[in-house]
Structures are given as C-alpha cells and as structure tokens.
Design a protein around this ligand. Sequence first.
Ligand code: MOS
Length: 720
Amino acid sequence: MIGAAQDRIDGPLKVSGRAPYAADHSATALLHGVVVSAPIAAGRIRHIETSAALAFRGVVDVFTHENRPPAATRPVRYKDLSGPSGTPFVPLLDSRILFAGQPVALVVAETYEAARDAADLVRVSYDEVSFVTALARAVVDEPQGYEDAYEPRGNSDAALATAPVKIDAEYRSMPLYHNAIELFASTAVWDDGNLTVYDKTQGPQNIHLYLRLALGLRVKTIRVINAYVGGAFGSGLRPSHTSFLAALAAKHLHRSVRVVLTRAQAYGVSYRPDAIQQVKLGCDREGRLVAVEHRSVAATSTYEDHDENIVGWSGLAYACPNVTLQSRRARVSRPTPGDMRAPGATTGVFALECALDELAVAAGVDPVAIRLANWTTRDQNDGREITSKAQRECYAVAAARFGWARRNAAVRSMREGRELVGWGMAGGVWDALVAPTPTRARVTLRTDGQLEVAAAASDIGTGTYTILAQIAADAFGLDAQDVRVRLGDSTLPMNPVEGGSWMAASTGGAVAKACDKLKRTLLAQARARHGLARGVTTFERGRIGGIPIGDIVASGAKDLSAIATNLPDVVTGRKYVSYSHSAVFAEVRVDEELGVIRVTRVVTAVAAGRIINPKTARSQIVGGVVMGIGYALHEEGLLDHRFGKVMNANLADYHIPANADIHDIDVVFVDEHDDKVSVLGVKGVGEIGVVAVAPAIANAIFHATGQRVRDLPITLDKLL
Ligand code: MOS
C-alpha cells in the first residue's frame, strides 16, 4: 500500500461536488455577513454611518468598532499558533486603519444579496495619515540596518576581495497574493449556546484556540471543522477575518452566520512578502566557492514582525568557508505578510540560484558542474550532518531526461523560427520537518471490521486523507479504500497546522505508531481467543493467520482503539538535520520581436525520502512547478503607492498560470532511504516542488536572450 499510486480516496466526493467546503455548510435560518473594507492604507475612521444599511430590507444588524459585540479587547488574546511576534490585528477593535482592505464593518442580513447591497450603503469617512507601502521607500526611511541571520563564518569580505571570479547582483521580487480557489470563508452554526465553525483553515485546533480566547468561550462549547479545504498554500495557517467575524456575529445574535470574503478582499489577508536581495559570490577558476554573501530585506506590516528564512539556504546548500548571511525587515502599511508555499526559500533560492548561474558563466563552468563542485553533506550553518541528500542523483536523472548534454553554452545559440530557445537549471532545497509539537492519531478497529483513522490534521488538497489510509492499510494488509479517515475536526486527536510539508511525516508517523500498538492488542486477543500461533505476525488481506480481523474484534464485543503521539527525535536532531532536495531544468522559448516567453519544458527530479503515494506526490510537484512558472513570469501584486492599494486584486489582472501557459512538466522521484528523518522515512513533498523553478526559468531566459532579468516577474517589457 505504501508506495502505491493510489487514487485519492476523497476523489469521488470532490469531483461529484459532495465534499462540503466552509461556505457550503448551511443551517436553519442561516444569516449572511458581508464585510465592508477600508479603502485607505493608514489613518482613522472619522465617522461611520450605518442607518441606511440598517434600514435595508432583510438586514439584521451592522457591526462596527462602535458597537462591536463583547469580545476580548486585548490584542494578546488574538494570538494564534502560527502568528509572528508583534500585535495581532483585531477586527472592529477601534477606529485605527492599518492597511487597505481592513474590515471596518460587518453587515448581517437574512440573505447574501441583502447583506451585499446594504454593505454599499455603509458610509465611512476617514482621516488619512501619510504612509509608506513601497518596500523600496520603506528601506530608505528606516534607519536600522541588517542583522546577522546566522553566525558568519570565515571572512567573506576578505575572500571576495581576492576571489579570481566574482559576481555582485541585486534581485527583486514582487508581493505574491494567495489565490486558492476556495475563498476565505466561515460558517458559524449556532446551536443553543454551542458554536460549530466550518472554516477555511489549515488548522482547526488553531482556530479553536483563537476563537475560544478572542470570544471567551468554554472549550466544549466550540468546535471547528475543516474536513475539506480548497487549496490554502499557507493562506490558512492563521485565522482570516471571517473566522472571528462569523463567530462573533453568531454568538451575539444567537443565529448561524456565514461570512465569505470576496476575491478582492482576499488581497487584504496575507501575501508572500516582496524582497530586495543582494548576493555576492566568489569562486576559484574551477568554480569552487570561496565566499557567499546574501542580504535580504523583506516587507512586514506596521504591527507584526513577519519573518521568513530567505538567506539561510545560501549558507547550507553549497560548501563554502566564508559566509555572511544577513536580513532585515521593512515596515509598510499593508496587512502582515504570511507564509506562501516554501516561504523564504522560494524567494531566497531564486536569488542564490540565479547568482550561481551568473557565477558559472563568469567562471566558464557548466551550471550543473558548478553545483557539483560545491557539494556538501553538512548544514554548515550549524554543523549538523544532513540525513540524506540524493541531489546528485536528481541532477543526473533530470539532466539526462532533459537532454542537457546537448546544450550549447553560448547565449542566443539556439533558435527555432522567430523564437530564441534557452535551457537553464537550478537546484532546490526545503526543510524536511517533523512537527515540533505533539502530533497524535487514533486508529480504531470496529466490531464490523471497519478500520478508522482519526486526527485533527487538515488535508488542504495535498492528499493527506489518502496517504494516511495507505499507511493504516499497509499495517493491516487492507486496501486504502477500506480505511475510513476522519480529519479536519478540532475534537479529534491533537495535530498542528498543516504546513511546512510536515504532515506526512508527523501525522503519518503517529498513524504508523498507533497501528503498531493496535496490532499488538489484536495479536494478543487472537492468540488468547482464536488460538493464533506465536510467531504469526503478518497481516494479509485483513487477516492474521487466516483469521479475519473483524472476527477477532467481534469476539471481544467492543471496538479496539489505539492512540499514538509523534514527536521529533531530539537525540538524532542534535547531530542531524534533514532537507528535501530537487533539480529543475527548464526550456523557454522567447519571441525575439515581441518578447513573449513560453516555458515549453520543465523536468524536475525530487529527492524527498520515501514517497508514500507517487500519484498524489507527483501532483504536488506539478502544482509547485506551475506556481513557480507563475512566480517567474506572471504573478505580481501591483500597488498604487499613492493610495496604498493593490490595483490588480482580481484573477483577471493578477495572472496565475492558465492551461495555455503550461506545457510539458516531467516529474521524477529519486529513491532515497532515510531512517533518521522520520518514523516512515518520509520527508514531505508539499513545498519542494516550487523552490527552484523560478531561477531555472530566469537562467533559461538568460541563455535564450543574453539578458539577465533580476526582478520578478520576468514580463515581456523587461526583455524588449
Ligand atoms: Mo505552508 S506555506 O507551510 O502552508
């Protein structure tokens, strides 16, 4: 079962529209809430006029900071498990405006249409203050400089001064906005003092904690469910405005309330921060690195300190004795940035891998060869050994499938018709984490023989239901289809948010351990009651020694259950650290007259430990490649800094790759056996797929055109 290309067990429900998402849930006399958003980036609400909205037919109430129903007033009560340091934003707390798109009112009505129309009748006047939303401006305005993100090693400055080959380049990237297909939504169902909140989140227990503290609710009176999530990519790691607003209104009105943000309003929740990065690299004539310097400044809000690891990868991906890694934040009047698929690495590895390509060109070394020349199996940032790193195999396999050996190193050397053809590559790295907090799973065998797995984990579309079924099925010699998996419910055994690509290793490990426990109980009962011979321990087709599992459970007349907890192995962690790795090779075709860029081929090889399900794992990597193509060529949050607003807050103007943008994507997993990384040898595949895609494309564009574009996205105007 483990290792089989299993179809998603939740697939039929999803394609037939029977998997309910947060806004699909209904309730008796359900009310609808529509959010009114601030159009300014900074200042105060001078006056808010709700009488016309209140008089609108069907409107039940309009909530603003002036009549906010009882809820915690101290921002510390709104801290969530995924939040950074700083003061969390609290909806409708007071008159201050911290970012454009901030909720200033919630209109609640009997129908969605009434709430939407009445929302237009809420009149708000503001006292604006001056603000900065441009990163480049904020960098200049703020006096504080870089800080060491990691302990410097050697003397990079001196090494650069004498390096025979060196480059010094600045890379820029735009803010990227979350555009998961499922909108931010919460349906808060009120039932006689109890609240069940169906929420678009990556962590039902995170939302449970947040709402409990914010609204002062008792543990048992609130339940959060996110059984199905229509994409999240990090946008659901923290509570969105809807969680609080829907629950607040429901608690106050003693009615069920659904709140859904519009696509445009989603641009006021979270985004991948824009960054300005400087990379200096020096090497000898053979391409061996003698110095690495990587400095980054990334956006954060005026009220929280979002921080992601942008520069750290440059100190561990390649062997180098002289390294300086520094970072800083710059405050802008926008919502706090958040995590987006491989946060930090997607940004930092883009700069590193483009810089390394520039260095390879300067040294006259093949791009693959320069990476191999700087091979390391140690995370030099902290000296720990990397548990496994089959990245050399990634380069070899992907290069062979791509045909890299046929590449002419000269720029503008390949062309077909009006198009210049370019081949570029990059290497990728991402954490292979086991969640640091206890991750639990319960496995139950029912008297009818049904096997059930339960955990408060979330399947954000990645295939978690399916792989957990496979792990449990494997233990008992069943088919994955025979296993019932329950996820996305705060009442189930404790799990962290689904993030950092750690769920397969963490919840998967807990399921495997719980199955081991349950098997021991079952074996003992089979020996005691069914005369099972000692030494028979292998489960096959749901039987042990020919005895059906269901018969063993039934003879005891009660369900058998086992709970196990997974945690990182701290002893191993002192000496070892784990990463997943990749190689990405890209072919681009650039219309010489028009500058139009097409990514016609991507080959990526991924080393991510044991692959539980090659089918769902491949989908994760394909999705990551598509996202990476968007990051390289299309996606950019365009702000008008006079108004501090995102001007393309919709799917028409904020372009994410469409079918026509996507051509051949070839994914291959390289075998990697790692008995230290996690219980099952799993590393996780949710994020590694996106990491090295943008630099591979940027490097291919250079190879095609001879032009180095160092600011993303690489739109055609930058090539003309
Ligand atoms: Mo992921 S950005 O850790 O949801």
